[in-house]
Design a protein around this ligand. Structure first.
Ligand code: ADP
Length: 254
């Protein structure tokens, strides 16, 4: 399971093989295969209910697949011991639609909490890291505020900084602008564009922001009913989609 040779075999960081997930008698993911190479930015698009968020939740080990295997950096997620799962989770950061910040903590403490408690950083190291990240997300003036004193866009940028503070190998982004007022969306997407450009982090995004997907993605996967029906570069998917369902979906959202 932890064979280092496998990790560097082809630069693959995430692999799903024949992953099936059912809720009751509803098959949400149906023998799904796909992989993401280290450092790449992959975007999942497709109609609501097609299983995109379920994939991110599986990778975060919030839910388990019914069949199939998922590996992250060569380590299998299911079955795995609690300890192995904890190790894999350190490699993954996630930002949700709802920002899920700790309301009773300052911005700084929201970002330093996990690096101190989970990674064992000293308070000073964690604060230095947090301040660098707050600069990256444009919030240096807000370190001592509480989440309720910030706009939704600012809160989401704190959530992004909080995820990055764990120095994950992969950042999962689940419709991170869907809960925001329209005028706050661009600021968050600009921060993510910067991160995509200036870091080597692997990104797996679920988004309805097609221009953003076009800008940052190395690969776009079009989902329908729990399957990838079409995959390719943003140029190919957005300009020359092959599948009727892709064309229909894009004409509805663009
Ligand atoms: P998407 O992200 O593409 O909109 P999701 O992965 O959120 O799709 O959901 C896929 C399907 O799985 C939907 O039909 C949704 O209702 C169903 N689903 C997701 N989570 C659960 C759950 N915990 N219990 C029952 N059904 C669920």
């Amino acid at each position: 399971m932890n064979d280092p040779a496998r990790k560097s075999a082809n630069g693959e960081l995430i692999r799903l093989e024949r992953v099936t997930k059912r809720f009751g008698d509803h098959t949400v993911l149906d023998h799904l295969d796909f992989s993401v190479e280290a450092g790449k930015h992959v975007t999942l698009i497709g109609p609501s209910g097609s299983g995109k968020t379920t994939i991110l939740r599986l990778l975060m080990t919030l839910i388990k697949p019914d069949e199939g295997t998922i590996t992250v950096d060569g380590d299998q997620l299911f079955p795995a011991s609690e300890k192995q799962v904890r190790e894999v989770r350190k490699k993954i950061g996630m930002v949700f639609q709802q920002f899920n910040l700790f309301p009773n903590m300052t911005v700084l403490r929201n970002i330093t909490e996990a690096p101190v408690t989970v990674l064992g950083l000293s308070k000073d190291e964690a604060e230095e890291r947090a301040r660098d990240l707050l600069e990256l997300v444009g919030l240096t003036d807000h370190v001592d505020k509480h989440p309720a004193q910030l706009s939704g866009g600012q809160q989401q940028r704190v959530a992004i900084a909080r995820a990055l503070a764990m120095r994950p190998q992969v950042l999962l982004l689940d419709e991170v602008t869907s809960a925001l007022d329209p005028e706050l969306v661009a600021g968050v997407l600009d921060v993510l564009r910067d991160i995509a450009r200036s870091t080597d982090i692997t990104m797996l995004c679920v988004t309805h922001e097609m221009n953003f997907a076009r800008d940052i993605s190395d690969q776009v996967l079009m989902f329908d009913s729990g399957r990838v029906i079409e995959a390719g570069t943003p140029e190919k998917i957005f300009s020359e989609p092959e599948h009727d369902r892709t064309r229909e979906f894009l004409s509805a959202v663009l």
